[in-house]
Design a protein. Structure first.
Length: 420
């Protein structure tokens, strides 16, 4: 029951953030216009492109390590230290890449990049989540998000020059606030004596296969936007960015349910196979129902919503957005089952799956974007996510039980699934 309550608070917070995010995105789209909104989205996509260097998949590893319930303060301290280190490395690389690929927007890109440094506090957040303290986390996250949102509204109505730069500063307020708060709440548990070189080496070794697959996932989640900007220009990117922002907003809510429930599922995984199957199935069925409801509502009301929320110039984003919503079903399956691979020390198979997903995504983008525009990019995302969440598990006997677990979500009678 504790995990259910924690998940409820965490999910409610995400829903609140979802509605505020949509409101802010609406104001940004209307105020900036297609071209500038596309430019702002391009900077965000670029800084996200190598964010896997900053995260180093330590977010995934921390959840798996905390579930073991031993030496947990020592683990948090060491993983947080590594996360700070990888964030500094990320800042170094993003600066180099900027001078290679961009001629303007240096301060905007560097400012947005700082968000991934301050996001290091997520490993502390995961610690509190493993203790089922979703209510505490939700309070902090709502406060930080409210401050960031107020700053964006102020900038929209009061700043005329360098508005994109100021919006970049407002974008990182959220992560800066959470960094300060979580570091402060955990400060008494940080001890230099906890530093363990051998444990850090173990975590890095565990993360390496994951960082490669995470890199591929991030790239194929953002490469479509960069390719749209290359083939079609910033206005088309502005259109597609609306669909991405809407699907990302929904995905944040869905992932909050998954993330808050994963510690419980991992606890059952090696102790009670029957209970694990039941809880895993419950989670994905809940996600499927939520997303199906969202897709149906958007199918009937999407064009009116886009017109009302963002303006008539953004209505052509309807078809691409609908396809991106559908792809979230398979994206969630891929993300959820990734935790199973990590728990079973099968990280390398996540890498293989990601390689093929990226290849599918890039090839389809090259073929489809020049001919059917942003809808082609959305179709490429859907097909690559279908492979990642389902078909990628078909060709290996060790992983076929995950395919059956995920397929089971689409049927409503009991199906006993065992690992081969």
């Amino acid at each position: 029951m504790t995990f259910i309550k924690s998940s409820m608070y965490y999910s409610i917070e995400k829903v609140i953030r979802l509605f505020i995010s949509l409101f802010i995105a609406s104001m940004l789209a209307k105020t900036l216009g297609l071209s500038k909104f596309g430019e702002f989205s391009l900077y965000i996509s670029f800084t996200t492109l190598i964010s896997f260097v900053a995260s180093f998949s330590l977010d995934y590893v921390s959840m798996s390590e905390y579930a073991k319930k031993e030496n947990i303060h020592k683990k948090v301290t060491n993983i947080f230290f590594l996360r700070i280190l990888t964030s500094v490395i990320y800042l170094f690389f993003i600066t180099i890449l900027f001078f290679v690929f961009f001629k303007k927007g240096f301060y905007e890109v560097i400012t947005l990049s700082l968000m991934y440094f301050f996001s290091s506090s997520i490993v502390i957040e995961n610690y509190y989540l493993s203790l089922a303290k979703g209510k505490l986390i939700s309070k902090f996250r709502l406060i930080s998000f409210f401050i960031s949102s107020v700053a964006k509204v102020y900038i929209i109505f009061n700043i005329e020059n360098n508005v994109i730069l100021y919006l970049c500063f407002a974008q990182i307020i959220d992560s800066v606030f959470l960094f300060v708060v979580f570091c402060f709440t955990f400060k008494n548990e940080f001890k230099l004596s906890y530093f363990d070189y051998k444990y850090c080496k173990y975590v890095i070794k565990k993360s390496l296969p994951l960082i490669l697959s995470s890199a591929l996932i991030v790239i194929y989640n953002r490469v479509d936007q960069l390719m749209i900007n290359y083939y079609l220009g910033s206005e088309s990117l502005g259109l597609y960015s609306i669909g991405v922002r809407l699907s990302d907003a929904v995905n944040v809510v869905i992932m909050s349910v998954v993330t808050s429930y994963i510690p419980l599922i991992l606890e059952y995984k090696n102790k009670n196979e029957k209970k694990f199957n039941i809880e895993y199935d419950k989670l994905l069925k809940l996600v499927l129902m939520l997303l199906t409801f969202g897709v149906v509502v958007f199918e009937f009301c999407g064009e009116q919503f886009l017109n009302l929320a963002f303006g008539k110039d953004y209505v052509p984003a309807f078809s691409a957005t609908l396809i991106l919503f559908i792809s979230l079903i398979f994206s969630t399956m891929g993300t959820t089952s990734s935790h199973l691979l990590i728990s079973d020390n099968l990280e390398k198979y996540r890498l293989y799956r990601s390689v093929f997903s990226l290849a599918i995504n890039v090839v389809l983008n090259v073929i489809l974007i020049p001919y059917i525009g942003i809808v082609g990019a959305a179709i490429a995302t859907l097909i690559s996510q279908l492979y990642s969440g389902l078909l990628g598990y078909l060709f290996n006997k060790k992983l076929r039980y995950i395919l059956l677990l995920n397929l089971k979500v689409f049927i409503f009678w009991n199906l006993n699934v065992r690992k081969s």
